[in-house]
Design a protein around this ligand. Structure first.
Ligand SMILES: NC(=O)C1=CN([C@@H]2O[C@H](COP(=O)(O)OP(=O)(O)OC[C@H]3O[C@@H](n4cnc5c(N)ncnc54)[C@H](OP(=O)(O)O)[C@@H]3O)[C@@H](O)[C@H]2O)C=CC1
Ligand SMILES: O=C([O-])CC(=O)C(=O)O
Length: 452
């Protein structure tokens, strides 16, 4: 475990602090490490003289000492750095310093569950690099594991993040208690979930994972930022997202998403291949419904180089049969070939999903996300989480797209996916305060992309 460096005494040179490689880069300006608890918040006041160095020093929490259950800064991330360019003079004027700090964006606080898993293995490094929230956006990562056993794995992940020297990565903390890890987070990327084991019934999976998401919903409700954006990846992600939002009544339901961006990317790839064009020519790609084999990849509204896809791809049989099935079953095919479910491409699609919310959607285009159906303009049953076309102004929020055509082909399939989600919802009634577990009747149709 890396030991936390102490702040310099009033006689020490500021340059001594730069012994950590993270600070050797010409990284953006200093950020005092933010105190963890709400009660500590605002105690770092700007006062003037060297005595305040001592005060700041005392505010810094201790490093994790390998104590499972605690969430705290990890190793190098517990150090308060002077991150201005090497050679900058240590100032005793903390107000001036504070002014400089204010010029930088506030650190964005992002929780990731299943942080020791395969998807996170790819995602965390993209988050830390600035690829997701931008090259001028400092970030704090809060890593959630599920058990005492996973705590050690999380330490390993944090060590790799340390060794990657990301200048934008200002905090890493690890823990197994969502009530601690989710404190004040602005984004919660909920990836951790139990995989379906041999002989496990679909209803068991819904129940086991549902309980995880009920607990995490409650924790978010209690301690997260009131406007936290939640992206549920762990399967079955639509119903898990529904459970999560139902257990977080103080957070707007609109803030919850189930990841269907991977399906959108898969659909774009198939259309690009068929039309012999590069991916970037495919736009307006909607995935309707559940992240399962009933999902509906929409070629009716998709565009290729600005033209309706059906004007470019004249092969109706391919669109109706092969395209739809290929996208629906892509996850399963991949598992058969790789022996495990998709992780790198899922991480990429999580990046895409976040970027679609924090950047304005290009004029005329849209993206897919599994979102809460209340108030939807398409006639889809209310009170489920269903993938639909969305547009964002780049403020983290979204609006549903209204200028889409839903023909009979789409509608028939949308209803099938809707029925599947309603059946899943009945299975988790006990987790959303709406009934008993015994009502669960999921059919063979109800399959994750990986189950076939
Ligand atoms: N929506 C989509 O498009 C896709 C979804 N998925 C789904 O994403 C999920 C994760 O996949 P992947 O990373 O490959 O799986 P892994 O098995 O590699 O990792 C899952 C992680 O979840 C952790 N975990 C389990 N229970 C909890 C819990 N209660 N709280 C926090 N963490 C927990 C596990 O570790 P530990 O117990 O040690 O903490 C493990 O690190 C799966 O449900 C998968 O089906 C996958 C691909 C696409
Ligand atoms: O079933 C799984 O875990 C994999 C999955 O969701 C996908 O690849 O779309």
């Amino acid at each position: 475990m890396a030991a936390a460096a102490t702040a310099p005494s009033s006689s020490s040179s500021p340059l001594q602090l730069h012994k950590h490689a993270a600070a050797r880069r010409s990284a953006p300006a200093l950020l005092l490490r933010r105190p963890r608890s709400r009660s500590h918040r605002n105690q770092l006041v700007c006062s003037l003289d060297a005595t305040n160095r001592q005060a700041v020093q005392e505010e810094r929490p201790a490093a994790v000492n390998g104590v499972a259950g605690r969430t705290d800064c990890y190793g190098v991330f517990c150090t308060t750095y002077d991150l201005r360019a090497v050679g900058a003079r240590w100032r005793t004027d903390w107000c001036k310093r504070d002014e400089e700090t204010k010029a930088w964006k506030k650190v964005v606080s992002v929780a990731v569950s299943g942080a020791a898993g395969m998807i996170s293995n790819h995602l965390l490094f993209k988050l830390a690099s600035g690829q997701v929230f931008g090259p001028d956006q400092p970030i704090a990562l809060k890593l959630l594991g599920s058990s005492q056993r996973s705590f050690q794995k999380l330490e390993g992940v944090a060590m790799e993040l340390e060794d990657s020297l990301y200048p934008l990565l200002r905090e890493v903390s690890i823990g197994i208690d969502p009530y601690e890890v989710f404190q004040d987070v602005e984004w919660a990327l909920l990836i951790g979930a139990k995989p379906r084991g041999p002989g496990m019934e679909r209803a068991d999976l819904l129940n086991i994972n549902g309980q995880i998401f009920a607990q995490q919903g409650k924790a978010l409700n209690a301690v997260a930022s009131r406007n936290v954006k939640v992206l549920v990846v762990g399967n079955p992600c639509n119903t898990n997202a529904l459970i999560c939002l139902k257990n977080a009544p103080e957070i707007p339901s609109k803030n919850f998403h189930a990841l269907t961006r991977l399906d959108e990317n898969r659909a774009k790839c198939q259309l690009a291949l068929k039309a012999s064009v590069f991916y970037d020519k495919i736009s307006n790609m909607t995935i309707w419904g559940n992240h399962s084999t009933t999902q509906v990849p929409d070629f009716v509204n998709a565009r290729i180089d600005g033209k309706p896809a059906r004007q470019v791809i004249r092969d109706t049989k391919w669109l109706h049969e092969e395209f739809t099935k290929t996208v629906q079953k892509r996850g399963g095919e991949l598992i058969q070939k790789r022996g495990r479910s998709s992780a790198p491409s899922t991480a990429v699609s999580i990046v895409d999903a976040i970027q679609s919310l924090v950047n304005p959607t290009p004029e005329g285009d849209w993206f897919s996300s599994g979102v809460y159906t209340n108030g939807n303009p398409y006639g889809i049953e209310e009170d489920i989480v269903f993938s639909m076309p969305c547009r964002s102004k780049g403020d983290g929020d979204y609006e549903l797209v209204t200028d889409v055509t839903i023909d009979d082909f789409l509608w028939e399939r949308i209803k099938k996916s809707e029925a599947e989600l309603l059946a899943e919802k009945r299975c988790v009634g006990h987790l959303i305060g709406e009934g008993e577990e015994e009502l669960c009747e999921v059919t063979e149709d109800t399959m994750l992309p990986g189950e076939q």
